[in-house]
Design a protein around this ligand. Structure first.
Ligand SMILES: [Zn+2]
Length: 508
């Protein structure tokens, strides 16, 4: 934990609309913000030499309120095949890794796009069998993988499994789709060391974007080591991790007790892309209106137990009906235990298509929402899959950040990385410039989502999210002021420095 002083700066503490020209942190905590003279004087008392920022902007370190650490890291650490022009290049890249990677590691390729290869097909198993270790290449959309024989056998794939593609010789050609694709991805043997490295890598990338706190979504099953690895290696991570679960486990479990968290990205419903997000009315381009994955009783029971233990609770809910199910259970629990009304830690992930009534309910109950503005910015609008699935009226109602704020809901911003890039400025830009202006928030409100309100979504507002005396000295130095620059240029602002607990941990 370090000491640092910035002077001649544009310090925005995110407390009301205050601004200062200087800020001092000692032993990892903010001591004061004020004028250059005041802070220079105070810095001298502590023996700190102030850094002249030449007018650059200082904000609290950003929070990414929803990111998948392992998946993001695994993706980034794989061999990138996206821009490979032909199969020869794919093989060359595998050979390079084969010579440099540790011997027990599989050759893991990512983002293969057969449409971009000269041959218009992925490599065959026979072409990948030149390697004497398993080869596993994932396509760009996650719909298939290509493997060699060693990987095929090690993954426990059998020829009769649906999706195992056969060559002209009647034997598997290495391409695995459908069931076989799913099984291959689930059975990929990431070692614990690799899993830890992947998560740390993700956090190091986050620092480059000014992110100092990540709300990690991990622990997808009882045998998934990621949550345990986080708890055992806390001090190896270069950012603060506020952890949430990917599955409903037993809240008597020691890790739940330690985290005081019993929920997270638990899929009450699904996604728009797969038509599994649950709505009241049917999809416009296919059968049905999505579905709920759990019975009300199970969810009610889960929520009530969490509230009684004063654990935070959250669910993934995208469609109207998923949100409705979560809020019903929150409302029920608070009615049964009115003494918990003020202290219950209720949260939702995404909240894509809330009804007006449910926004009112969420605001009233103090539900804090972790949402992702880049979803609609990058994936919504008239030409989007959201539009064809949902129709114009419904598509426009997606991620209504303006309405949520008007209903008093506290919103934290996140990426859902690797769904969208872990990039808080892109998120802020997206919240200010959504496809439909009626859903837009102001730059100040958008910055709040990634700072002070982001901290609230992790119940860390007592010591993070603002630059106030006593708070953790997490800061980001920006080339431009996102509150006053051209709103269309927010995403292009450069990160100059990231400060965590008073130490400069990144310089751009
Ligand atoms: Zn989710």
């Amino acid at each position: 934990m370090g000491n640092i002083a910035f002077i001649n700066a544009n310090v925005i503490p995110m407390e009301e609309r205050k601004r200062f020209s200087a800020v001092l942190a000692v032993d990892g905590k903010i001591v004061a913000a004020g004028t250059d003279e005041e802070i220079t004087e105070k810095a001298r008392e502590y023996g700190v030499t102030p850094i002249d920022l030449k007018g650059k902007t200082v904000l609290p370190g950003f929070h990414d309120c929803h990111a998948h650490l392992t998946i993001t890291g695994f993706d980034a650490m794989g061999i990138n095949m996206y821009d490979a022009p032909d199969i020869k290049t794919v093989i060359e890249r595998l050979k390079e890794a084969d010579e440099t990677w540790p011997e027990d590691r599989w050759l893991f390729g990512m983002r293969l796009d057969e449409g971009l290869l000269a041959e218009k097909r992925p490599p065959l198993m026979s072409e990948l069998d030149i390697f004497d270790r398993p080869v596993f290449i994932s396509d760009r959309g996650g719909h298939y993988v290509v493997v060699n024989r060693l990987a095929f056998d090690a993954l426990g794939i059998t020829e009769d499994l649906r999706g195992v593609r056969m060559g002209e010789d009647g034997k598997p050609n290495g391409r695995l789709q459908d069931e076989a694709n799913k099984k291959a991805r689930n059975n990929y043997p990431h070692s614990e060391q690799e899993t830890l490295e992947a998560m740390i890598y993700t956090c190091e990338e986050a620092l480059k974007k000014g992110i100092t706190t990540i709300h990690g979504q991990e622990g997808s099953a009882a045998d998934d080591p990621s949550m345990r690895l986080v708890l055992e290696n806390r001090d190896k991570f270069p950012v603060d991790l506020n952890m949430w679960w990917l599955y409903i486990n037993d809240n008597d479990e020691p890790m739940c007790e330690e985290l005081k968290v019993w929920g997270g990205d638990i899929l009450l419903d699904g996604s728009i892309g797969s038509r599994t997000a649950a709505f009241f009315e049917n999809y416009c381009d296919g059968d049905g209106n999505g579905y709920l994955n759990y019975d009300d009783d199970l969810i009610n029971d889960h929520v009530e137990k969490a509230i009684m233990k004063d654990h935070a609770v959250s669910f993934h809910a995208i469609g109207e009906r998923g949100i409705w199910q979560a809020l019903n259970s929150y409302e029920r629990a608070l009615e049964l235990h009115p003494e918990k009304k003020e202290t219950a830690k209720l949260r939702l992930e995404h909240m894509g298509w809330p009804t007006e009534e449910d926004m009112e309910r969420a605001g009233r109950m103090g539900v804090r929402v972790s949402t992702q503005p880049a979803f609609t910015y990058l994936r919504g609008g008239p030409e989007s899959i959201y539009r064809s699935r949902l129709g114009e009226e419904r598509e426009k109602r997606g991620y209504p950040l303006r309405r949520m704020l008007d209903h008093g809901i506290i919103i934290g911003g996140g990426s859902d990385s690797d769904i969208t890039p872990m990039d808080a400025l892109l998120g802020i830009h997206s919240a200010v410039n959504p496809p439909y202006p009626e859903n837009a928030v102001t730059p100040y409100e958008a910055v709040r989502m990634y700072t002070s309100d982001g901290a609230k979504c992790g119940w860390e507002e007592d010591f993070k999210g603002m630059l106030l005396p006593g708070m953790q000295a997490d800061m980001v130095v920006l080339d431009e002021d996102p509150l006053t620059c051209d709103p269309l240029a927010i995403k292009d602002i450069k990160i100059l420095k990231t400060v965590r607990k008073g130490d400069i941990v990144y310089e751009g």
